[in-house]
Design a protein around this ligand. Structure first.
Ligand code: HEC
Ligand SMILES: [Cu+2]
Length: 345
């Protein structure tokens, strides 16, 4: 009975295994590691898979051999010879699993210690140290240089970057599958982890803890730059002053001020923000985590009625902005760029 069930499930399980590679958007996968921490997780996953496959093959092989070989034959009505206890066999099937567990145990424990870091900037003075705050449903990244970034976190490539993990409201979880493991952002607790990207690139991150109705839309990006580009970016982010951004799109800047967007969205400068900092909004690939930044219509819809795009989020509706003002406002938002013209990241 039980065996029948197992067989019926097999195609479904296989399908899941094969499709799991297709569901992921971009590099939202732990199966293509692009950093040391992710590589360690991947190697351990493969190691345990190999060991489990080995155990399954051996156990099932013995099982089928015994079922076939010792099957009751026609006319064979006698009770078979009853055997109890076989010291050699008992030792064998105790020692082999113990050895297999030791093989899994050693890299798991050493790695766990290697990947542990304390949430304490004074212990990581030589590393880039970024304070991550999870909000319903967006990410805030505070840099030691004193500026804040929203939704996209920039790091230098080939260096261990320390992320201190905090939360503003409920528990979130910081996960960049291509770069490493996940650790929870817990209100009132500071956790930390380090990630290192081997290659420059954009790595997709996701909140991995059910945190409310729009949990599934709480995406972010890790953007790994060569050290020089990273330094230039930090310098540019630090230099932005809100008033100066007006020069790019004066009319839109006025709409931004009139509607008190700035009360929740910092542009330049530093400090807490109720919403994502917009200092480099024009550089983003997505807004609100998941929507295409180039989509004017969606962006206007977002500003007028954010609930229609992201249920339960904390941005108020602005239904009264006229179409003309909206176009200016969007121009202004797009003009908020820090990335130098022609930079290839
Ligand atoms: C009461 C605070 C508040 C006000 C006022 C406010 N917002 Fe927001 N805004 C938020 C929050 C919170 C989010 C994050 C929502 C989410 O993604 O869950 C957000 C997100 C955004 C985003 C997407 C940012 C990103 O990179 O993902 C844009 C663009 C935006 N707001 C524009 C505006 C504009 C323009 C105004 C003024 C018309 C405005 N906001 C007024 C709180 C506010
Ligand atoms: Cu979350």
């Amino acid at each position: 009975m039980f065996k029948n069930h197992m067989w019926r499930l097999t195609p479904a399980v296989l399908l899941l295994v094969f499709l799991s590679g297709c569901f992921g958007e971009e590099n939202l996968t732990a199966l293509d590691p692009k950093g040391e921490a992710a590589q360690w997780i991947y190697d351990n996953m493969i190691l345990s898979l190999v060991i489990m496959t080995f155990v399954s093959v051996v156990v099932f092989a013995i099982f089928f051999i015994i079922v076939v070989k010792f099957r009751r034959k026609d006319g064979d009505d006698e009770l078979p010879k009853q055997v109890h206890g076989n010291t050699a066999m008992e030792i064998t099937w105790t020692v082999i699993p113990v050895l297999l567990l030791v093989i899994l145990f050693v890299p798991t424990v050493t790695g766990t210690f290697d990947f542990h870091v304390d949430a304490d900037p004074s212990e990581h003075e030589d590393s880039v140290y970024i304070n991550v705050t999870g909000h319903q449903y967006w990410w805030q990244f505070d840099y030691e240089e004193g500026f804040t970034a929203g939704q996209e976190v920039y790091i230098p490539v080939g260096e261990r970057v320390i992320f201190e993990l905090n939360a503003e409201d409920v528990i979130h979880s910081f996960w960049v599958p291509a770069l490493g493991g996940k650790i929870d952002n817990i209100p009132g607790v500071s956790n930390a982890l380090w990630l290192e990207a081997k290659e420059p690139g954009v790595y997709l991150g996701k909140c991995a803890e059910l945190c409310g109705p729009s949990h599934a839309l709480m995406d972010f990006k890790v953007i790994a730059l060569e050290r020089d580009d990273y330094d230039a970016w930090v310098e540019d982010m630090t230099a932005v002053e809100a008033e100066e951004t007006a020069a790019n799109a004066e009319a839109g800047y006025e709409v931004f001020q009139e509607n008190s967007c700035i009360a929740c969205h910092a542009v330049g400068g530093q400090g807490m923000a109720t919403g994502p900092t917009l200092t480099n909004f024009g550089d983003r690939q997505k807004f609100a985590g998941v929507y295409d930044i180039d989509d004017d219509e969606k962006l206007a819809q977002w500003i007028k009625d954010p609930q229609s795009l992201k249920q339960g989020n904390n941005m108020p509706a602005h239904p009264d902005i006229s179409d003309e003002d909206m176009a200016d406002l969007i121009d202004y938002l797009r003009s908020l760029q820090v990335r130098p013209e022609g930079a290839d990241y």
